[in-house]
Structures are given as structure tokens and as C-alpha cells.
Ligand binder design. Structure first.
Ligand code: COA
Length: 433
């Protein structure tokens, strides 16, 4: 083995020096989630004076996204594979763009050359004694991006947890190494509302013992996890999770021992949450981090028997079309892994694909079960893919139902105060004479 220590020393740079590699017109990839290397992003902005038309590409990140500031117009433009809270304003105001894409297909955009990467900004743990550095809270699409980029800059941060699975880059793969210790940004969940708890009660009734779960972040997933205290032998195969799974591991509800694929392992690709979950995954061999082209491949997901996928939505129309990534024509989030998991769970033996959403938005002023999606809204889960839809008013399975039956079922789980209006609309839409 070569002396990786001397390679490490030889490639060590300040952040400002390392970012000299970025040139006008480059596409720069940023590590996803809590692993976004914040000092490198600040250093990138420090080079703004000499740069033009640099594309900053990533999926959801947390922490600051300084390149989206209006002062950098013409210098940096964000291209979102998933719009996150820190970039939403820029994308919605037209200072950034959004690419709708299935999460499991993103790495293929890099490897096929559809989206070639000039520079990747990645965060890693310090190297182990063999020179391997872990990508920590997420390898998602980021490990592949690191390997596909023509120039790889790695920020080494001892506060990043060292995670297990396919999480390692070797020192020799990096072109520049920047040491910067900082606390990771935390993703704070919104409040769990009474509606979320009512939804969770309906969802948990659909989850059998021995199920394998895909469950993300947000009020509904948190409430669902909290409702599973009496379940047994649950497993995890997901693209991501958050703090809410810790009590279920600690109480022995999640055992992973009945999984038909990767038994005894919780498969994931990234984690978003607080220091509590970052510490929990640190050197924890139960968690098998694998990249999204594997975790989210519907054919892989389907190999988990009793696969239960729980995904949220913004609006569902009376035919079952699910809008999850936009409010009207305004991009709100992304396609993410929703369709990957809905399709995978639909193919799984005993699988349960679930779309869960509160029946209303804006303090009850708007129904989310609607006759027609808002103009410009994107359909994430198509009406042919949708199965279970759950609100606080109940759970219905649309699979195999015709349009009239779907409308009737969905009206039955809409907020009662909107039901008669929805019935009138449904009559116009589906009762042809
Ligand atoms: N019309 C107008 N506004 C609406 C609305 C509607 N139909 N539905 C929701 N909103 C508003 C809410 O009022 C809320 O606004 P606020 O922040 O000002 O209160 C905001 O949109 C977010 O709604 P909420 O229901 O709280 O969203 P969430 O945080 O639970 O996230 C998704 C829901 C659908 C956006 C999110 O799950 C997502 O992005 N899904 C797609 C990707 C995916 O499913 N990946 C797989 C799992 S990780």
C-alpha cells in the first residue's frame, strides 16, 4: 500500500486555494443533506468576482446555501434535483431551476454524461488507518458524484459520523483536501399535529408485523413511527430516516430479523435529523448505507416482502393523481424516492404502498383532495401507480377502482366540510350521461 499519509499532506489546501479549481461555466456538485460542506460553499462564494455562470447542482441540503443569494445572479445558478427549504425561494423566484427525476435515476445522469460534473464538493470523516474516509450522513447520489466529477474536493470534518456500508472514499481519490471542523446542521421537524396522529393511526393499522418500512421525515412519518410501539419484527429499507427511528430500535420493535433482503441490516442512503441520530449511526454496523441507484431501484425494493412505503403529498385529485413536488406551478420539493418506493412496494409480496396527507392545508381553509390539481401542478405519483391514500378521515385503496369509484372513495376521506362541494364537482367530472 502506498503511503497515503504523504498523499493526504500533499493534497491539503485551504478552502480558498481548493476552490481555485472552479472555473466559469463549470457544474459543481454539492454533497447532499447534512453533509453539505458549508465552509467550502462559503469559499466558493469568495471566488464570485472571477466567476460567471457556475451551476451549483444538488439534491436537498440543509444549512446555508449562500450561492442562491440574489447578489450572485450571473455568477452562480442553483439547479435543484430536489428543492429544499434553503433553496426554495431562489427556485420559486426564478433564480434557480428544478429537474424532476426519480431518485434512483440521478446517478445515471452523472455516469451517462447527461449531467457531467466538473467539480464535486464532498464532506468526509478523517481517514482511518488505511486511508479511507467515510461520507458520513449520506452517500445517496453523492458517492457516485464524487467519483464521476473531474475534480474532487473533500472537506474533512471530525464531527461527521463514520457510517457503515459502501460509504468510503480513499484519500488517493481526492484532488484536494480541506480540513474544517464544524458542527453539522440539524434538520428540525415541524410540529406533529392531531391530524398527523390520526393519519398515523390509520397507517399503522396497514402495517403488519414483520414489515419492512420506507419512511422519510416530516410530521406524518414522525407520527407513524411513534404509533408503532406495539409492532414486532419491523425492518428498514428506505432512502432516508430521522431521529424518530431511535426509540423503535431501542425498544426492540425494529429488529430487521424478518427482512427478506439484507436481513439484520437497516438499509438507507442518508440521514437527516439532529445530533442524536448523527451519533446513533456513528460506527453502528446495523445501518447499511448504499447509494440510491440500489436502495431506490423499484426491483430491489420489491425484493423486500411486506414492504410498506409511506409517502406524503400536497394534493390528490379525484382520479388519484398525486401532486407532491409543487404548489401549482411553483416547485416546492422534488420527486425524490416517492415513485421508486410506491412502485417497489406495489410489486412486493404483501407490500403496502401508501400516500398519506392531511385532508386540508392553510388551517383548514383549503381541501387537499381536489377535483383538479392546481394549474401547473406536477404529478409525482400517477393515478395508475397510486394504491392506498390516507387522511385523518380514513384510508382507501384506489388500486383497481374506476374513476367514479375513486372519486367516491376519496371524497369519503376528504374533510367533511368540503365533501358536498367535491360531490358536485365529481358529478360534473365523472357522471357522463
Ligand atoms: N395548496 C397550497 N398549499 C399547500 C397545499 C395545497 N394543496 N398543501 C400543502 N401546502 C402548504 C402547507 O400549508 C405548508 O405551508 P406552510 O409551511 O406555510 O405551513 C407547506 O405547503 C408544506 O405542506 P406540508 O403538508 O407541511 O408538507 P410536508 O413538510 O409534510 O411535506 C411533501 C410534504 C409532499 C412536500 C414532502 O413529503 C415531499 O417533498 N414529498 C416528495 C418526495 C417524497 O415523497 N420522497 C420520498 C420520501 S423522503
Amino acid at each position: 500500500m502506498k503511503n497515503w499519509l504523504s498523499v493526504y499532506e500533499g493534497r491539503r489546501r485551504t478552502a480558498a486555494q481548493a476552490l481555485e479549481a472552479v472555473q466559469s461555466g463549470h457544474r459543481v456538485f454539492v454533497h447532499m443533506g447534512a453533509a453539505a460542506p458549508l465552509p467550502l460553499l462559503d469559499a466558493l462564494c469568495g471566488h464570485a468576482d472571477r466567476l460567471q455562470d457556475v451551476e451549483v447542482l444538488h439534491c436537498i441540503t440543509i444549512g446555508n446555501a449562500p450561492y442562491t443569494d440574489p447578489c450572485y445572479c450571473g455568477k452562480f445558478r442553483h439547479n435543484a434535483l430536489f428543492v429544499s427549504g434553503n433553496t426554495r425561494c431562489a427556485v420559486q423566484q426564478g433564480r434557480g431551476d428544478y429537474i424532476p427525476v426519480f431518485l434512483h435515476e440521478i446517478e445515471g445522469l452523472f455516469t451517462s454524461g447527461i449531467l457531467p460534473l466538473d467539480v464535486a464538493l464532498i464532506q468526509c470523516t478523517p481517514p482511518d488507518r488505511f486511508g479511507f474516509m467515510s461520507l458520513g450522513t449520506g452517500i445517496d447520489i453523492s458517492l457516485t458524484a464524487a467519483r464521476q466529477a473531474r475534480h474532487l474536493i473533500v472537506q474533512v470534518n471530525p464531527r461527521l459520523p463514520r457510517t457503515c456500508g459502501d460509504t468510503m472514499l480513499h484519500v488517493e481519490e481526492c484532488h484536494a483536501i480541506v480540513e474544517a471542523t464544524h458542527e453539522l446542521p440539524e434538520f428540525l421537524q415541524g410540529d406533529v399535529t392531531p391530524a398527523h396522529r390520526a393519519i398515523a393511526a390509520h397507517v399503522s393499522a396497514l402495517i403488519p408485523d414483520g414489515a419492512t418500512l420506507q419512511i422519510g421525515v416530516g410530521g406524518i412519518p414522525e407520527a407513524v413511527l411513534a404509533s408503532l410501539a406495539n409492532h414486532k419484527h419491523l425492518g428498514i429499507h428506505t432512502e432516508m430516516f430521522s431521529d424518530g427511528i431511535i426509540p423503535l430500535f431501542e425498544s426492540g420493535v425494529i429488529t430487521n430479523d424478518r427482512k427478506s433482503l439484507h436481513p439484520h441490516k437497516a438499509v438507507t442512503s442518508f440521514v437527516l435529523g439532529t445530533r442524536a441520530i448523527y451519533d446513533y449511526i456513528d460506527n453502528n454496523p446495523v445501518f447499511e448505507f448504499l447509494t440510491n441507484r440500489y436502495t431506490n431501484d423499484p426491483y430491489v425494493i420489491a425484493q423486500n416482502d411486506r414492504m410498506v412505503a409511506v409517502n406524503a403529498a400536497l394534493e390528490v385529485d379525484l382520479s388519484g393523481q398525486v401532486c407532491s413536488d409543487s404548489i401549482g406551478s411553483l416547485p416546492f420539493s422534488g420527486v425524490g424516492g416517492q415513485v421508486d418506493f410506491i412502485r417497489g412496494a406495489a410489486r412486493s409480496k404483501g407490500g403496502v404502498p401508501i400516500i398519506a396527507l392531511p385532508a386540508t392545508a392553510k388551517n383548514g381553509a383549503l381541501t387537499r383532495i381536489v377535483p383538479r390539481l392546481k394549474p401547473g401542478a406536477g404529478v409525482v405519483t400517477s393515478r395508475a401507480d397510486v394504491h392506498w391514500v390516507v387522511t385523518e378521515f380514513g384510508a382507501v385503496n384506489l388500486h383497481g377502482r374506476n374513476l367514479r369509484q375513486r372519486a367516491e372513495a376519496l371524497i369519503g376521506i376528504a374533510d367533511p366540510k368540503f365533501q358536498s362541494e367535491l360531490q358536485r364537482e365529481a358529478a360534473v367530472l365523472f357522471q357522463r350521461s
